[in-house]
Design a protein around this ligand. Structure first.
Ligand code: ADP
Ligand code: MG
Length: 178
């Protein structure tokens, strides 16, 4: 049975290396569609789903189990946009479609520097994009047919990506809502 059967709206996963534009796209989509945007890097803190601090990476450690337990009931009816720079620990059944944002290295470098990233944190995120880590992670975690790459280098890309997701949602409704 398709997981979509139990939902009246689809759930969408927006993933990609930090700085590729996940939150910008998600915010735009939430405004246009009324879907609920769940920015997990922020919500993990609000929901006390952080279990420590990694000094080496200068970032908090996520309590994945607690985050998943908190999210589970929210995902049931659909209409959710999950925004996160990881995708392999969510249940596969949660999502009807997965978008992986991609940004050219030089553009991403400038965006992350502007965000204040330096040293190891900066280089590791650039490498993450060069090695297309999130794309591979998405393809190995979900049916490849539902995983789509979206270029996110320019404002024109941002507009066409949002249009594309909105059209996809409209089509999903036609196909799934009786
Ligand atoms: N398609 C795009 N074209 C140009 N700039 C973008 C695009 N998407 C995002 N940005 C900019 O890049 C920066 C990072 O975007 P953000 O949405 O915070 O990324 P993420 O949530 O993936 O870390 C922001 O300053 C944002 O305005
Ligand atoms: Mg973000």
């Amino acid at each position: 049975m398709s997981p979509a059967v139990t939902r009246t709206l689809p759930n969408i996963l927006i993933t990609g290396t930090p700085g590729t534009g996940k939150s910008s796209l998600s915010r735009d989509l939430a405004e246009r569609t009324g879907f609920e945007w769940l920015e997990l890097s922020k919500l993990a803190k609000d929901w006390s789903c952080l279990s420590g601090f990694d000094e080496e990476y200068q970032s908090s450690v996520l309590d994945e189990d607690k985050l998943l337990d908190t999210l589970e009931p929210k995902m049931t009816n659909g209409g959710k946009i999950i925004d996160y720079h990881g995708c392999d620990f969510f249940p596969e059944r949660w999502f009807d479609i997965v978008f992986v944002l991609r940004t050219d290295n030089t553009i991403l470098y400038d965006r992350l520097q502007e965000r204040g990233y330096t040293g190891k944190k900066l280089t590791e995120n650039i490498e993450c994009e060069i090695f297309q880590t999130l794309l591979e992670e998405a393809k190995s975690s979900y049916d490849e047919e539902i995983v789509h790459e979206l270029p996110s280098n320019s404002q024109a890309d941002a507009t066409s990506n949002a249009d594309r997701v909105v059209s996809w949602i409209e089509q999903w409704k036609k196909d799934n809502v009786k």
